[in-house]
Design a protein around this ligand. Sequence first.
Ligand code: ATP
Ligand code: ZN
Length: 830
Amino acid sequence: MNNNEVENRNDGSGGTLYAEIIIPLALPQTYTWLIPSQFQQSAKPGIRVEVQLRNKRYSGIIKKLIHQKPNDFQPKPILNILDDEPLLHQQQLQLWQWIAEYYMCSEGEVMQAAMPANLKLSSETILVWNDEHNEDFTNLNDKEYIVAEALSIKKELKLSKVQQLLDASYVYPVIKKLIEKDVCHVWEELKEKYKEKTETYIVLHPQYHDEEKLAALLNTSTRAPKQMELLLSYLHLIKEDGEVTQSSLLKKSNAAAAQLKGLVDKNILLAEKRSINRIRSLPKDIHIDFTLSPAQQTALNEINDSFKEKNVCLLHGATASGKTQIYIKLIEQYIQQGKQVLYMLPEIALTAQVIRRLQKHFGGYIAVYHSKFNANERVEIWNRIKNGELKVLLGARSALFLPFKDLGLIIADEEHDASYKQQDPAPRYHARDTAIYYASLFNAGGSAKVLLGSATPSVESYFNAQTKKYALVELKERYGNAVLPSIEIIDLTKIASKDRVPVSPQLKEAIDETLAQHKQVLLFQNRRGYTPYMVCNVCGWIPQCKNCDVTLTYHKAKNKMICHYCGTEYPVLYTCPQCGSHDFKQKNFGTEKLEELVVETFPAAKVARMDYDTMKGKNNHDTLIKLFEQQKINLLVGTQMIVKGLDFEHVNLVGILDADSLLYFADFRVNERAFQLMEQVSGRAGRKDDNGKVLIQVRNTHHPVLKFVKEHDYKALYDFDIQSRQFYHYPPFTRLIHFSFRHKENHIAEEAANIFTAGIKKDFEPYITGPAQPVINRLRNKYIWDLLLKLPRNSELINKCKMQAEQQIAILKFNKRYSSVDIVPDVDPV
Ligand SMILES: Nc1ncnc2c1ncn2[C@@H]1O[C@H](COP(=O)(O)OP(=O)(O)OP(=O)(O)O)[C@@H](O)[C@H]1O
Ligand SMILES: [Zn+2]
């Protein structure tokens, strides 16, 4: 929207004003409401308003103001205005619209994903009393008081109840104030499952921030030399690390808890329990204590040069080449210019280690943001990004939705990672690609820049670099004395069958050797659970999930058979329901069995397991990583989770137990994925010296991808893969749109898919594959029919196709027989 519209509205002519408003629902379009005259002064794009739709109340966001009355209907008035200033900048509204159009969803769905729960209200909203509130209600007005009191007793209230309580038609402004005053927050299903980890931090009493007072203290207190020693250690540590936990202080200073207590009692040091993710008020200064190697410096210069001409640069840097250090230097530059930086990682789990690295350098300039933070903290970060106070934000994909004020740079680290794509629910957006669009909206002084970083770039990004759409900077060597690890292939077919799985004699020997040198080992197996499936030894019957077309995985610790798709758990079977035999054979092995076996084989080693199952309990990801960093674990067994981006100093050996399982997979990205996984997991070995070693166990030793991995030759993999992509019409040569039709009746799903296909056939027949049933053709009790479109990269044609597809979806939804079919469009599926 342009400024004129706002001006016109304020010209006092008193004309009727309307607004297009986004509400957090999957509606096919945005609707228009009337802005009554008393609200006209304050109505602006980005402001929240209270509206009613089909007897429910929502807080929606004004997308734009309109002066023409809609032709076909009389808009209803909005009920209220909730904000004094817009909650977001113009760029966010543009971003939402783009995502909705590009990824075929509604702006309401984007809003749902984009905004912290506390900023979204509807009749269904449940308010939760804030347990930490001290029940001091003096700053509340009468209405707020009534609700606060009820909440303090009931602990939870549905918004519709609040409405009755106040006997007022407009309650949203009251709720909004109560949330702002920290009396309550909005209940979120997801939130409840997330237990926040706290730790005790030690801080210096603020009065000693004054250097003279501190000096005086240090000079006078000779009576308790042990305490003084501890205080000095503290001062040293805080300078080094920027923050000090109680445990690290006691450990590093070798002091006793009583000495620390002495200092705390004297009010010299303070002990504070904090969530480890909580936003800390560290001083806002930049502290860079390292220099780049010549190769890193060259890469940084090349990146800066490339940004003069291009908006996107791909940094292809080997594992442990120090990409993160280059990012740090680059971030420093942008902060100096007063710009903001978004640093994206594909997964929440990775943010913990990286924030520890970054906070040392950027203190109070930086914060972390992701969907698992509590609602109040998310709003706080939202506001501090919006007003430009925070300069650097580290986050997973949802951080893209923050209202940056003046964004200068987005870094997408591990840009190849498929987790950048959101699968469910809509918006099914790819955060890397969306970041490139988002950056282009900050066009004061050219566009904001995007740096994609990876040791194993996606074929798409590398293609864009080859075709000069992106700049390319390569950094081939590891930092310091480290070299890329040597890779050895172990031919499982040459091993006597009794020794065959899971740990071959060669791997066993290498593990023994590594442990003897007090170095660490990572063992990678891409399946969790104990045995991926069981077979009846007599009739061949295999236990399956009742809701899904999937075999069940045996989990020993739980003593359950579990469906990895829908999560349903079944008792373990001892009798075959088909033939009555009691003889089951366990096929293959998962991480749980591997861990058990490793514990038996290496009794002296401290072993831990990192996979989806172990991360749910108290041993959460960050704790495990810290234990591993401190070498309290010698041998870590895990799935993909151990692979990604982590920087461990003492890992010398990596074992990949079953490479065949990575190499055979019906997906056009199979080679790329297998290479990325193996190269990334290898990349965890020998990061600080020249002793890294990787053993890959495999049956098909002739698979071409193994050769590329062995030589760490990404370019060869790319050249190999890009040819088949071209030949079979896959990205980057085409654009894929995938449609999935799901229904509990197989024939209904099939019919819907067929009708849809017939509807778009006239213009798009050459590009259609399917409809067909996928390999797993039923999930969560619904049958699935899939359709794939491989479209030429012609935006006009693609838009036309999306439009026709949307029409067909509308037609199906209108037909009673098919209205309950789930139709899921997925643009650029991964
Ligand atoms: N210039 C430097 N000065 C000091 N230490 C450095 C420097 N460059 C790299 N390092 C150290 O080397 C290690 C590897 O660097 P880093 O983790 O940045 O690599 P990376 O390229 O991001 O690796 P990966 O792709 O595997 O995640 C880190 O522990 C880092 O602190
Ligand atoms: Zn299931």
